[in-house]
Design a protein around this ligand. Structure first.
Ligand SMILES: Cc1cc2nc3c(=O)[nH]c(=O)nc-3n(C[C@H](O)[C@H](O)[C@H](O)COP(=O)(O)OP(=O)(O)OC[C@H]3O[C@@H](n4cnc5c(N)ncnc54)[C@H](O)[C@@H]3O)c2cc1C
Length: 340
């Protein structure tokens, strides 16, 4: 059976992982240059930073899996909280570890990929899908593919857009598009601010708990082993959804300058107003706030069309996306011997 998986983020990789070592012929089609999707890492000027997902909070089973595959790095310093009045306080103890890797969170995706025997086509943006008899035809700008079963894992709005244009004469199509479009998302501008000096604080990160501040998350990449050379600081400042949406198209210089000013105020540390270099992650569809109607999604399986991703479960977490992808892989395996 030929299976196409659109998207090599954590969910798509989870599905491919479950299908490894079987006679399923799996192809991952990924629009970016590499795998991992929103579990993303960049490198610049000797620093490594996770400008999308910051860390994985695995349950014991996933933690064991990550340790079996490679060497994740724990973040030992705590996460504290702040509110609209900028009162900073210790947070609650975490019951799960916070894991990334010395060379960044994208490593997790690379390690899962290394276990898979799927073919990976990067820089392949799927432009359209169509049902042709018992097969799915999938087209990128460059190529046309054919699959017996197709899994869509891009964020819900991208998946809905693909389905809206699909040549697929099924009563369920419109209902599916509606159910997937209904998933609400938060937009996040993630500003990366570098300083040629150390910042001494008793916490790794601050999270805004009353949703009343322009900053929703602030963290120090130097607390992750191997990410930032000694004597430097690299801050990740994730802006609140309204702020991010309003200023989404503004140049990096403007949004980074504003974020640096807000961070300097929050920490009462005026030198933070002037980073020596910056970067910006623009996440239009950063985090789903709810899940899709899975009863509607399941009805597409009659036509060998499947979905996976954090938006399917309504939990914007790497662990949730991975588990959802693996569940999809298991379902595909169960159905492998049945006519699709
Ligand atoms: C700023 C930010 C901070 C976050 N912080 C955390 C955190 O600290 N901890 C945590 O656990 N989670 C966090 N998350 C959430 C976490 O990153 C996601 O829940 C998880 O990575 C989702 O994985 P996914 O595979 O479902 O989707 P994605 O990672 O979005 O993967 C979908 C893939 O599909 C590809 N794609 C899209 N359209 C097409 C197309 N047409 N053709 C081919 N490929 C396509 C994309 O390039 C992408 O690789 C954060 C996310 C963001 C944005």
């Amino acid at each position: 059976m030929e299976i196409g998986i659109v998207g090599a983020g954590i969910a798509g990789l989870g599905a491919a992982y479950e299908l490894r070592g079987t006679d399923a012929d799996v192809t991952l089609l990924e629009k970016s240059r590499g795998v991992g999707g929103r579990a993303a890492t960049r490198r610049k000027n000797g620093c490594t930073y996770d400008h999308g997902a910051n860390y994985v909070t695995p349950d014991p089973e996933l933690e064991a899996f990550m340790r079996e595959l490679g060497e994740p790095a724990g973040i030992d310093d705590p996460v504290w909280t702040f509110d609209a009045e900028e009162t900073i306080e210790p947070g609650e103890d975490r019951d799960r570890p916070s894991l990334t890797y010395e060379d960044g969170i994208r490593r997790f995706a690379k390690e899962v990929l290394a276990e898979c025997d799927a073919a990976l086509e990067t820089e392949t943006r799927v432009e359209s899908i169509a049902r042709e008899g018992e097969r799915w035809r999938v087209e990128s700008e460059e190529r046309r593919y054919g699959f017996d079963a197709l899994a869509l894992t891009p964020p819900a709005p991208r998946t809905a857009a693909l389905l809206a244009d699909t040549d697929w004469d099924a009563a369920i199509r419109e209902e599916l598009v509606e159910a997937i479009e209904a998933v609400p998302y938060r937009t996040i501008l993630s500003l990366v601010l570098h300083y040629p000096f150390e910042l001494d604080r008793p916490y790794y990160a601050l999270v805004n708990t009353d949703k009343g501040h322009e900053i929703s998350w602030f963290s120090r990449e130097e607390c992750k082993p191997g990410h930032v050379p000694d004597g430097e600081s690299l801050l990740i400042v994730q802006m609140a959804p309204d702020w991010s949406l309003e200023r989404y198209g503004e140049p990096e210089e403007a949004v980074a300058g504003a974020a640096a000013g807000l961070a300097a105020d929050l920490l009462e540390e005026p030198p933070l107003e002037s980073p020596d270099w910056t970067d910006c992650g623009r996440w239009r569809h950063a985090l789903p706030d709810e899940g899709a109607n899975t009863d509607v999604l399941a009805r597409a399986e009659d036509d060998a069309l499947y979905f996976a991703g954090d938006w399917v479960v309504g939990e914007g977490r790497v662990a949730a996306a991975f588990e959802n992808g693996r569940e999809l892989g298991e379902r595909l395996l169960q159905q492998r011997d049945e006519p699709l």
